[in-house]
Design a protein around this ligand. Structure first.
Ligand code: C2E
Ligand code: MG
Ligand code: MG
Ligand code: MG
Length: 286
């Protein structure tokens, strides 16, 4: 009886695994075709300067319009693309598309592009970036590269060199999702980076003492080290007020200002906010 149960369980797992492997194989096949079929799209979400109320940067966020599944989240795409080695081609497309789009925006607005660890550590990452700037005509100072802590884990000297060369080129580096990964505060001063994006998990319970103290502490530390500080995931006016009071946070991003929107919509938002009075500019909700 026990044996039969055991075998049943084994068969169940084997079928489950076969189904997972099959699903994954299909996803990979679809992903391979997706670039050629132009099924990828970039959405954009603004970062707003808290003093001026102006949009400083728009972050490019990948969407996959799958013919059957509908919209697929980047969280499901990027890890698979990394495993498949497709991330280099996909990343190249994302970077060039984002740079070209930024050329259509007012001159004061930059574009932020997310780089996965594998993409960041590809051999000719500098030429990739230089080339994207060249073909689009975008000045280097209007490009921000977002990396996460996991990109800083390996090849410390090499990573440092890449960051320094990017900095020399005029491209700015943001440390994304700060506080979620294998965090080390030493990253903040060991690597040349210009921005820290504090993860939205720091907003949990922000209306109570301890979480607010933690967020403000991380913000102050980053600011004291000469980095500009962004808080991600602002959804309410209350959160906005709490992070704004002591002046250490320079920019914020979140649904309160705008959800990620298609490129056409972002162009409209930027043109509209460009002509607006400064005191009205925070309300850019899409
Ligand atoms: P991320 O770079 O930290 O981007 C912010 C994510 O938080 C986005 O999710 C955005 O839609 C979401 N978000 C923004 N404001 C709010 C808010 O107020 N509340 C909540 N709950 N969420 C908010 P999205 O677009 O699903 O992207 C998820 C992650 O996928 C990104 O996190 C980034 O790590 C990755 N990703 C997206 N696009 C790309 C890409 O082009 N290349 C690479 N390598 N990774 C990408
Ligand atoms: Mg990001
Ligand atoms: Mg982020
Ligand atoms: Mg995040």
């Amino acid at each position: 009886r026990a044996k039969a149960d055991g075998r049943g369980t084994f068969c169940f797992f084997r079928d489950e695994m076969a189904a997972t492997v099959e699903a994954r194989r299909i996803l990979e096949l679809d992903l391979r075709k997706a670039l050629a079929n132009e099924e990828f799209e970039l959405f954009y979400q603004p970062l707003v300067n808290l003093k001026s109320g102006k949009i400083t940067t728009c972050e490019a966020l990948l969407r996959w319009n799958h013919p059957v599944r509908g919209t697929v989240s980047p969280v499901d795409i990027i890890p698979v693309a990394e495993d498949m080695g497709l991330i280099v081609d996909l990343g190249r497309w994302i970077l060039r598309r984002a740079c070209m789009e930024c050329m259509k925006w007012p001159e004061g607005v930059s574009v932020a592009v997310n780089f996965s660890p594998q993409q960041f550590h590809q051999r000719d990452v500098l030429s990739e970036i230089r080339y994207a700037l060249e073909v689009s005509g975008l000045p280097a100072h209007r490009l921000e590269i977002e990396i996460t802590e996991s990109s800083l884990l390996r090849n410390t000297q090499l990573t440092h060199d890449i960051l320094s060369q990017l900095h020399a080129l005029g491209v700015s580096i943001s440390l994304d999702d700060f506080g979620t990964g294998y965090s080390s505060l030493s990253y903040l001063h060991n690597f040349p980076m210009q921005k820290v994006k504090i993860d939205r998990s720091f907003l949990e319970g922000i209306d109570t003492d301890r979480p607010l103290t933690l967020l403000r502490g991380v913000a102050r530390l980053s600011a004291d080290l000469g980095m500009s500080v962004v808080v991600e995931g602002i959804e309410t006016n209350e959160q906005l007020e709490l992070i704004s009071t002591d002046g250490t946070v320079s920019e914020a991003q979140g649904y309160l200002f705008s959800r990620p929107v298609p490129a056409v919509r972002m162009r409209q938002l930027l043109n509209a906010s460009h002509g607006r009075r400064p005191e009205d500019q925070l309300q850019v909700v899409a």
